[in-house]
Design a protein around this ligand. Structure first.
Ligand SMILES: Nc1ncnc2c1ncn2[C@@H]1O[C@H](COP(=O)(O)OP(=O)(O)OP(=O)(O)O)[C@@H](O)[C@H]1O
Length: 564
């Protein structure tokens, strides 16, 4: 598909054709070349074209055409070596440094800066001196010196994309770091890598030819740079001879750059196609009245580094969520709701740390000290997450269906076909009118309400025991909000899962929750069943919050309904 689109660009077609001729000519040089590249004929010294020498003879009477073909093999191999080394080192280090940050990024960045500070030509000349005349060895060294360019490019792109909500969403859905890097991050950086690779290949050819022009390398091996040198020496006797290697180098480099540009343009414009979803798996969670809460948060404190140590943003929160219940976490903006919820998910922003005796026990397991690898196995499987901004949590590069199928396959180990079937079922279950159409759509082609339903489908696809929803309706239209809340209630009943619902809206609490915890300035000030809390709020802060909510708008009054 991408290749077909590249072919629509006439410049790219011309560039590709030229490159093909040059590459194929070089590969098949021994078959095509009419003469040996080293065969001498005295009568052909600096001779013009003709007499069996298509492009004439060089200063030693060797056939220029045959040498050009053979030289291509050596020069292109050198360029491929330099490019491969630069790509492997630069892309891998850029991905790792950008994604993981911290000390690793610091060390890799330091290495890249050091390499960039070295004078390339002088280092290469010194290497020739030290290691002998192998141009390939020099190209390996050149590749190492070109790697920082890729490192910086990739690192910058990764830094820009790694905090995208859809990357967080992929993390929450249980995908491992290598998968996230390979799927969501590498995809974003591939276009700049392609164009940079084309330019670097061109630079490698030019530098290599430059070194050979200076007389470095094995004089017995034909190379384009060596041919340039020979032609330059004889420029007054045979001025035409310099055109052949010069034009070949220029055409190769220009074609590489033009082709790289064309591929990049197509990649940037192309949206990624297909992939199907999967079927359900884990049995719905069993229910209700067990005495042990499903989630017990004790003395949770969250801090971020500050000049004087840590600034605490959550202070000693205690909170239980029982099997199958919907617990609302309500409070003003900045009261610490999200930090509490993200502590359970293990997704605090960089620097965020659980302090003191913080404990988060989920189904009998202490999460606060669980290694990240084990935590990841819980996310998407036992603990689902519905984010606040549906659009930002879907990767714009993938169709909606792909984004459901991938986690379904990873988490449930389903075949592609089964995963597609399951995803379609899920889309239908969350009330998407035309599941197949939405499945094949890109995020920008669906509404915010639909996107939130898609994310809800993803969140419940692993049949989690606990669903954490962070302001799941805030970004939606008022009319859509009610539908989404109805959906959440229905799913909760159907799957028997517990929910921790973060909201600043008492209307939402009244609509969906069984119990509610009120947060103020990083502390929980009141916890109660919803009805008594609404009927007689104890804490002054709850009274104020409730008062302001009821003044503004009446909640969707479900308070009379019995939730249990
Ligand atoms: N990355 C961070 N670094 C430092 N402080 C942070 C960071 N993220 C959040 N905080 C602080 O933590 C406190 C609680 O934030 P939190 O996001 O939990 O609030 P919230 O109640 O969810 O509000 P909102 O509804 O606006 O998201 C705030 O004071 C915020 O400034």
């Amino acid at each position: 598909m991408t290749i077909r689109k590249v072919f629509r660009n006439p410049l790219a077609v011309a560039a590709l054709a030229i490159l093909l001729v040059i590459v194929l000519g070089s590969i098949f040089a021994p078959l095509i070349a009419p003469h040996s590249p080293t065969a001498l004929r005295l009568d052909k010294i600096n001779a013009g074209p003709g007499g069996g020498y298509l492009l004439g003879g060089d200063g030693a009477g060797r056939d220029i055409f045959s040498r050009l073909l053979h030289a291509g093999r050596n020069t292109l191999t050198g360029a491929v070596i330099a490019l491969s080394v630069a790509l492997v080192l630069g892309v891998v280090s850029g991905l790792l440094g950008g994604y993981y940050g911290g000390l690793l990024d610091g060390v890799l960045g330091w290495g890249a800066n050091l390499l960039m500070a070295l004078p390339t030509m002088i280092v290469l000349l010194a290497l020739f001196q030290a290691l002998g005349s192998s141009i390939y060895l020099a190209m390996v060294a050149f590749g190492v010196m070109l790697a920082p360019g890729f490192h910086r490019l990739v690192r910058g792109q990764v830094m820009a994309v790694k905090h995208e909500l859809y990357v967080d969403a992929a993390r929450v859905s249980g995908l491992s770091d290598p998968r996230i890097i390979g799927r969501h991050v590498l995809l974003v950086v591939r276009a700049p890598i392609v164009i940079q690779a084309a330019v670097v290949a061109g630079i490698a050819i030019v530098v290599q030819s430059g070194l050979e022009f200076l007389g470095l390398g094995d004089p017995g091996t034909p190379t384009w740079g060596g041919m340039l040198q020979d032609a330059f020496t004889n420029i007054y006797t045979s001025p035409v001879a310099i055109w052949w290697p010069g034009t070949t180098i220029a055409l190769t480099v220009a074609s590489l750059v033009l082709l790289g540009n064309a591929i990049r343009d197509v990649i940037q414009r192309t949206e990624r196609p297909r992939k199907p979803p999967s079927p359900p798996k884990v049995a719905p969670t069993a229910p209700d009245t067990a005495d042990l809460p499903l989630l017990r948060i004790t003395d949770l404190s969250v801090g971020y580094p500050s000049p004087d140590g840590y600034r605490e943003v959550v202070h000693g929160v205690d909170l239980d969520v029982r099997q199958g219940e919907v617990m609302g976490l309500v409070g003003e903006s900045g009261s610490g709701k999200t930090q509490t919820a993200f502590s359970v998910l293990g997704l605090l922003s960089p620097g965020g740390t659980l302090l003191g005796r913080s404990s988060i026990v989920f189904d009998g397991r202490e999460l606060a000290r669980l290694p990240e690898a084990e935590r990841r196995t819980l996310r998407g499987r036992r603990i689902g997450y519905i984010p606040q901004e549906p659009m930002s949590n879907l990767d714009p590069c993938f169709r909606v269906g792909d984004q459901l199928v991938e986690p379904l396959r990873v988490v449930s180990g389903l075949s592609k076909r089964a995963a597609v079937a399951e995803a379609l079922q899920l889309l239908e279950r969350v009330g998407i009118p035309e599941p197949r159409r939405t499945f094949a759509a890109y995020p920008h082609e669906i509404s915010g309400g639909m996107a939130q339903r898609v994310l809800i489908a993803g969140a419940v696809s692993g049949k989690p025991d606990l669903l954490i929803a962070d302001e799941p309706t805030t970004a939606l239209d008022v009319t859509v909000q009610a539908d989404v809340l109805d959906l959440l209630r229905g799913l909760r009943t159907e799957f028997g899962m517990a929910m921790l619902l973060v909201t600043h809206n008492f209307g939402v609490v009244a609509d969906v929750c069984d119990r509610v915890a009120v947060m103020q300035d990083g502390r929980i000030v009141e916890v109660n069943d919803v009805r008594p809390l609404f009927a007689s709020p104890q804490h002054p802060y709850t009274q104020t919050l409730l008062g302001s909510t009821l003044e503004d708008s009446a909640p969707r009054a479900r308070l009379e309904v019995n939730h249990a």
